[in-house]
Design a protein around this ligand. Structure first.
Ligand SMILES: [Fe+2]
Length: 415
């Protein structure tokens, strides 16, 4: 095999700071937009944020229509509804205001409005056909209202395929937003439990990217167009991931407690981690998270304003992280020590250092440390393993090859 010698790093231009969302209209005008579709979700509308952003856009003389039905776990059908609205609306620009699902809905609406076709044509193979957009999309502005997904900085739109019990995505560099506005005031009223889960997701994005397989361990692609969006760890993705870990370790506890400055640092950490994992990729904890969130719906998370049971994404990811990093330790011990040091601010050594730091953080934030809390027992391990094994797009980035037996050990340990 010819090893990869090349890596790339692209980043969304970021505008950060309290009150920055007031610049939404100015940014769209700068991008040449005259008529915008604003994708959002009912929770963000109820918080008054969607209207605030719409007013800021309209104040710049830009017509704005709101699509506020983004689903928390988007499916091809929910993306298709938004895309139909986008096609009919004759928009020349797009705005995503919300968590990852709203921003991803804006990405896909832009894709279909610009290039036509069906959602599944663009979805990653083998689930979809992997069609690539032939040219850049219309301008897209992303305004996150959580401190977690990093979707404003990534090239993917994640969707659920309920019939196949798998999550997959559309990934292409043209899906990356042209501009992000990250405004800490938008997360001032988030419940602490939501900040905790989002922040643990950020920490996993950064830790998994920092402990990803080095890009030089991949096979070189036949052509530049075949180079995967998730390249493995590179010297530059490491910089972003490391900084996100440092901010996460230093500020997440205060952010959960309601400190607005700490929430700003976590929002910044989410974007930095998004740039890091948007280049390097995430692996075992995220692969296990999909079946954990998808197979049973019995857990109603405390502190969330919800009328249906679900496992928050960050909780589904962090819960297997201690066991996953115990498994990957032997592949890159120094990197595991470094992640533990960045999170804790103290020297770290040995295979248990990182799992211990993560478990300490989870206990401090009062999130479940066992998949048993979500309703799983030993009898569910095989189904969970099967679900995680479907996430090969992620598992190939792990620094140590994880087969069904290895994932079984990780999931049993996480009980
Ligand atoms: Fe995540």
């Amino acid at each position: 095999m010819t090893r990869e010698q090349v890596f790339t790093l692209e980043a969304t231009p970021l505008k950060f700071g309290r009150g920055a969302a007031g610049d939404a209209g100015w940014e769209l005008e700068r991008l040449g937009v005259k008529r915008a579709m604003l994708a959002s979700d009912p929770g963000v509308v109820a918080a008054g944020i969607t209207d605030r952003v719409r007013e800021a856009i309209e104040a710049a003389g830009i017509e704005t229509e709101v699509w506020a039905s983004a689903r928390v776990e988007p499916t091809a059908d929910s993306f298709a509804e938004a895309a139909a609205f986008a096609v009919d609306g004759g928009f020349d620009g797009f705005v995503g205001v919300g968590g990852g699902s709203s921003i991803d809905t804006a990405k896909v609406s832009d894709l279909i409005a610009t290039h036509g076709g069906e959602i599944m044509e663009y979805v990653n193979p083998p689930v979809g056909e992997g069609r690539k957009p032939p040219s850049p999309l219309k301008p897209l502005l992303a305004i996150p209202t959580t401190c977690g997904s990093g979707a404003e900085a990534t090239t993917v739109a994640i969707l659920d395929i309920p019939e196949q019990r798998v999550k997959t995505g559309i990934s292409h560099r043209y899906l990356r937003p042209n501009q992000a506005i990250v405004d800490p005031e938008l997360v001032a009223s988030l419940p602490g439990a939501v900040v905790a889960s989002c922040g643990l997701d950020v920490i996993c994005h950064a830790a998994e990217s920092f402990i990803a397989k080095p890009y030089t361990d991949r096979e070189a692609p036949d052509s530049p167009g075949d180079r995967p969006p998730y390249q493995g760890a590179t010297p530059i993705s490491d910089i972003w991931s490391a900084k996100a870990l440092e901010y996460g370790g230093r500020h997440l506890r205060d952010a959960v407690a309601g400190d607005i400055d700490a929430r700003g640092w976590m929002m910044l950490a989410a974007s930095l981690a998004g740039i890091g994992f948007g280049a390097a990729g995430v692996h075992i904890p995220h692969a296990c998270a999909y079946p954990i969130a998808g197979l049973k719906h019995e857990y109603t998370p405390p502190g969330y304003d919800t009328d249906h049971p679900f496992v928050p994404h960050g909780q589904s990811v962090i819960v297997t992280a201690p066991a996953a990093f115990r498994f990957t330790y032997e592949a890159l011990p120094e990197r595991h020590h470094r992640v533990a040091e960045l999170l804790s601010g103290e020297p770290a050594d040995g295979p248990d250092a990182l799992p211990d730091v993560l478990l300490g953080l989870m206990r401090d934030l009062d999130v479940p440390t066992s998949i048993g809390t979500f309703g799983y027992g030993i009898e569910d391990i095989d189904d969970l393993v099967e679900g995680a094994m479907k996430q090969q797009r992620l598992l190939v980035i792990a620094p140590r090859e994880a087969g069904p037996e290895d994932l079984g050990v990780i999931l049993r340990t996480s009980l």
